[in-house]
Design a binder for this molecule. Sequence first.
Ligand SMILES: [Zn+2]
Length: 259
Amino acid sequence: MLTLYLHKPQKGVKDQIGANKSNIDIISDLENLLEKSSDSKILLTADDGYKEVLNLVPMLEYYQVKLIFFIATGFVQGKCYPYEMEISSFLEKKKFITVAGKECPLKTLNEKESMFTLIHGLVKPLTYIHRERFLNNLAIENGYSREESRNEQFVTFSDLKQLSEHPLVEIGSHCHRHLFLPAQNVNVILSELLKSKRILERTLKKRVDKIAYPYGGSTMRIEKIAKICGYKKGYGTHNQMEYSKMNQPRLNLQDAGNL
Ligand SMILES: [Zn+2]
């Protein structure tokens, strides 16, 4: 079984511009691969909870291939949000931006990239509360709705409920706040693993026993904790060193295409 990971790797901060679209905008690459490997078993997986994944359903049906959709429940709740995505999608749409009363043009990709680097550099070292304050102010100054942007990016729980009833789709957990687990203490790891599982199980009225570790970050200790939390299978990324039932490898589309 070849497990594919539908997420284009981002090379650097600047690639974040447009990454929102390129992440899942891979249907034609995927179709080529499925066409080529119609005999071999392929399992598709997608992480985070992006709305674009809903567009994959007709392809799943055509090729009769299964998908596990791993959800970062905090993203879907709108309580936490990948701020890089928020900034880049905001810059993508705008022709100019006002920062601290100063208007800056955003007509070219270069201008957008430099502005992304600037804002990202300002926001990254901030604590969660200060970052929120900064982004709230930026939104107010530019007449932009942060909530609308979130809703545009991620599926809703009702989308998920409907999707989970599809025979070719399974919903898995991608933790709650999308933290890099190896850098967290045991209480945070437990809460991340349990919270998303509980939210999803309550919403879907189905057992959720598969996990994809955010950023592929896991250790044997984390895998043990995941097992105690009731997970039966875990998924990492293609470049991990060791494989086990709780840390299955996944290939991205590019690598799978080169097989
Ligand atoms: Zn992720």
